[in-house]
Design a protein around this ligand. Structure first.
Ligand code: NAD
Length: 504
């Protein structure tokens, strides 16, 4: 047995650069999903504690960060970027230990987050405003962007490093203080990264981590000193966060769930498409908001493609993410049972279960939360295996007669996070990318996560608010614009004139 059965470690908040020393009234269990063992006992923040942390962050923002020069802010960002590279393996190991994804996937997750930290190092360029000389006689006009104050970041379990990194570096680079609330299921990677900011020279209190559940989230959403909220999670909670936060006068970007479709046209390279479907469907056990969960294939090639995917799925090894397996466990026992119930429902509804993940074998010790990949064919749009976000290793295959039928099916879905088309036909790909109602589109790329200098975000029920994450939209979200119209006294000024200022 690899499990040590040590007593669960206490995991607590990071407030003003230090581990919180209070006693929590409520705690929750953190597990190693590969062994099923409880490894941590997490302090859950009360609303009062969140209020104190926000007030402390506000003071730190005003006194120690808002007026710090761009040169000094940037030097902290560069140091953080180096420390994150130094600790990338360590953070990846923490992700695998609490989330379960395999080690190289966890390492790559940190790498994608690192890209945003690198983008934030260029903040002096990103914050440059416009300047107009002599807009009126002797009058210059210029724009600037200023920080908001305290920003809340609330993140999901599936990317405990990357999702906080989508937001925190840019929010800090823009001059804000941050209160970060990670998922209560896997907080340790997030906490380890937060400690690196202190090491990088960020003043105490400018970044704080509070652990918690709905009570902590509600306290953030209603606190008057929280000016903006960046949320990522499931659609019902995203909608709630958006409605509650905006009702309390905050700007909110709330990224929600997904059902991502991959459309395969008859002229596609079927080996490439099969590889892509397997990678995007079962990577991270399907627990990615950009995972492909619905494969839409145009009929003439459907049997052939399904056979190629089934052959590949049969070769996948599921097990402990530290053992070089292809796929790890899912996050909880309840998630595993829920995922299994969707495969059962698909079979009951008349779909064909080509590969049944409930019958898988696992390379692991203990009682981990495993379910192997499932491939379910002949799915129709009324089946729950299609309508619901399963968030597990289940790939549903829907067969269509034409490109148009496929496009219509995708556009009828309430989610609009990511999608991809596989084809050699440039005209069809162009029509797809123009007409599909989805925020992130791949052409022969199955997981089209934008690079950091573009922005990440879906449409429809996959995002509430109008600002996507990172890129220039992120900078815009974390700052307020101001326009200054300036004249320095000169001999031509003066005189009373009640008319509206004109620029001629
Ligand atoms: P979740 O909605 O359960 O939790 C997300 C966050 O909200 C956590 O910090 C959690 O503590 C908090 N929370 C949970 N219930 C709450 C409630 N009732 N009130 C207030 N706060 C609450 O999501 P999850 O299970 O951690 O993550 C998986 C979901 O996130 C999936 O739906 C996935 O598609 C989505 N996701 C979306 C994106 C995206 O970019 N669109 C990225 C990653 C994950």
């Amino acid at each position: 047995m690899s499990s040590s059965h040590a007593a669960p470690a206490r995991i607590t908040h990071l407030v003003a650069g230090r581990a919180w020393e209070g006693t929590a009234a409520r705690t929750s269990a953190v597990h190693d999903p590969a062994t099923g063992e409880q490894t941590g006992e997490l302090d859950l923040a009360s609303a009062d504690l969140v209020g104190e942390v926000v007030a402390g962050a506000h003071a730190a923002w005003r006194e120690q960060w808002a007026d710090v020069s761009l040169a000094r802010r940037t030097s902290v960002l560069f140091r953080f970027r180096e420390l994150l590279r130094r600790d990338q393996e360590k953070i990846a190991a923490l992700i695998t230990a609490e989330h379960g994804k395999v080690l190289d996937d966890a390492f790559a997750e940190v790498g994608r987050g690192l890209e945003v930290a690198e983008l934030a190092c260029g903040i002096p360029h990103l914050l440059k405003g416009g300047h107009t000389d002599n807009a009126s006689a002797g009058v210059d006009v210029f724009s600037l962007r200023q920080s908001l104050g305290v920003v809340a970041v609330i993140s999901p379990f599936n990317f405990p490093a990357m999702v906080p990194l989508w937001f925190v570096p840019l929010a800090l680079a823009c001059g804000n203080a941050v209160v970060l609330k990670p998922s209560e299921k896997d907080p340790s990677a997030t906490l380890a990264m937060a400690a690196l900011w202190t090491e990088a020279g960020l003043p105490d209190g400018v970044l704080n981590v509070v652990n918690g559940d709905k009570e902590a989230v509600d306290a953030l959403l209603t606190h008057p000193q929280v000016k903006a909220v960046s949320f990522v999670g499931s659609t019902p909670v995203a909608r709630y966060v958006y409605e509650t936060g905006t009702a309390h006068g905050k700007r909110v970007q709330a990224l929600g769930g997904a059902k991502n479709h991959m459309l395969v046209l008859p002229d596609a390279d079927l080996d490439l498409a099969a590889d892509a479907a397997v990678n995007a469907g079962f990577g991270s056990a399907g627990e990615r908001c950009m995972a492909v969960s619905a494969l839409v294939v145009v009929e003439p090639v459907a049997d052939d493609l399904v056979a190629r995917i089934a052959e590949r799925v049969g070769r996948l090894r599921t097990g402990d993410g530290r053992r070089g397996c292809d796929m790890g466990p899912v996050i909880t026992r309840e998630a595993r049972d829920r995922i299994a119930s969707y495969v059962a429902a698909g079979a009951e509804d008349g779909a064909t279960v080509v590969v049944d993940g409930r019958e898988g074998e696992y390379d692991a010790d203990g009682d981990g939360f495993f379910i192997a990949p499932s491939l379910v064919d002949h799915v129709t749009t009324d089946m729950s295996v299609y309508t619901d976000e399963i968030f597990g290793p289940v790939l549903a295959v829907l067969r269509v007669a034409s490109f148009d039928e496929g496009l219509e099916l995708i556009n009828a879905n309430p989610y609009g996070n990511g999608t991809a088309v596989f084809t050699h036909d440039g005209g069809a790909a162009r029509r797809f990318q123009r007409e599909v109602e989805v925020g992130m589109v791949g052409v022969n790329v199955p997981v089209p996560v934008p690079v950091a200098y573009y922005s990440f975000g879906g449409w429809k029920s996959s995002l509430f608010g109008d600002t996507h994450a990172h890129g220039t939209e992120g900078v815009h979200f974390y700052t307020r614009g101001k326009v200054v119209t300036q004249r320095w006294p000169d001999p031509s000024h003066g005189g009373v004139d009640l008319g509206f200022p004109s620029n001629t």
